[in-house]
Design a protein around this ligand. Structure first.
Ligand SMILES: NC(=O)c1ccc[n+]([C@@H]2O[C@H](COP(=O)([O-])OP(=O)(O)OC[C@H]3O[C@@H](n4cnc5c(N)ncnc54)[C@H](O)[C@@H]3O)[C@@H](O)[C@H]2O)c1
Length: 303
């Protein structure tokens, strides 16, 4: 049975940031969240025009767009993430829910970002990690037992195929990049699970809960960078397991919004808690990933 959301969540005290809201699962997440009347729902997007279309979509779907704001941020540009965080801290200054949902999949080609990092490593892991670090103090001072903070990472069941090779985070050494799910996508989705878990340990005394989430298999734009072989494989998965984008959004929001769920640091498969890849339980890997990620951000002058 698919999980369901109650109709009566009260988000009126919540300032929320949701990334990746212009398309796919994020678009429905934004619409659903807006319907629960949050204090402010801030949607950072790359393309403001697409952001305005999103705003119209939310308005026409449920008429609840008055507290929804479109801001700009490109996760493939780390300075843009820092600029967004600085502006947010200055102009808003409170945050209760950070939903790191944006993601990319590039299984057949190595695409480098402006920061000269492999695109999946940056967009799926390093940039949301940076955003989370930059906003953590703001979250800490905004939350309370009555209004607990929530930090979520949209991961994937593809994380089960992931590994953490510290000598090849940027895919510089791999000679064959081709694999539908064993490439850096699965690795970076495993990083999401590790970061959510490690973060839960770091903020354990702070009224903040963390989550990593597999939404289900949904036909979205995610596949657009892949070649036709990978597309064929992914279409097969979609044919076998597809759920709607709306159900994907519900699966992603359910563990985060449900007041009865007091767990933190856990991985959820379509809304239900599941034991993740056992690499996610390796404290040494978690410590090293955290350190290496911070070091990279330091080298880029961002923290
Ligand atoms: N679709 C699936 O079957 C599936 C399965 C498991 C996990 N996921 C995860 O769900 C999340 C959402 O994916 P989706 O399926 O909705 O894909 P999608 O491609 O339809 O949407 C991705 C969103 O991320 C945004 N994004 C991409 N690059 C960005 C950048 N550089 N800066 C800012 N935003 C950027 C896009 O604009 C878009 O809004 C991803 O993290 C993905 O890994 C999807």
């Amino acid at each position: 049975m698919p999980v369901k959301l109650d109709n009566n969540y009260d988000l009126s005290g919540y300032v929320i940031i949701l990334t990746g809201a212009t398309d796919g699962i994020g678009k429905d997440m934004a619409r659903i969240l807006a319907g629960f009347n949050p204090k402010r729902l801030i949607l950072p997007v790359r393309n403001k025009e697409k952001g305005n279309i999103l705003l119209e979509y939310i308005k026409s779907s449920n008429g609840h767009a008055k507290n929804v704001e479109i801001w700009e941020m490109d996760l493939a540009d780390l300075q843009s993430v820092k600029n967004f965080a600085n502006k947010f801290i200055k102009e808003v200054g409170e945050l209760h829910m950070l939903l790191n949902n944006a993601g990319v999949m590039s299984s057949n080609q190595v695409i480098k970002t402006k920061d000269n990092l492999e695109i999946q490593f940056q967009v799926n892991h390093l940039a949301p990690f940076l955003l989370t670090l930059l906003l953590l103090d703001t979250i800490k001072k905004s939350v309370s037992a009555e209004l607990p903070g929530k930090i979520a990472f949209t991961s994937s069941s593809g994380h089960f195929n992931g590994e953490i090779d510290f000598d090849n985070l940027n895919l510089e050494k791999r000679s064959s990049y081709w694999h539908p799910i064993k490439g850096n996508y699965g690795n970076t989705k495993l990083m999401n699970v590790i970061v959510a878990k490690e973060l839960s340990r770091i903020v354990q005394n702070e009224n903040i809960r963390t989550y990593s989430l597999h939404p289900g298999i949904i036909s979205t734009n995610l596949n657009h960078m892949n070649n036709r072989y990978t597309t064929y494989f992914i279409n097969l998965l979609i044919m076998m397991f597809e759920i709607s984008a709306e159900q994907g959004a519900i699966n992603t929001l359910y563990p985060v919004l449900s007041p009865e769920n007091k767990e933190t640091g856990e991985y959820y498969n379509e809304g239900i808690k599941q034991e993740p890849n056992k690499i996610a339980n390796d404290q040494e890997v978690a410590n090293k990933l955290w350190k290496v990620s911070e070091q990279l951000l330091r080298e880029h002058g961002l923290i």
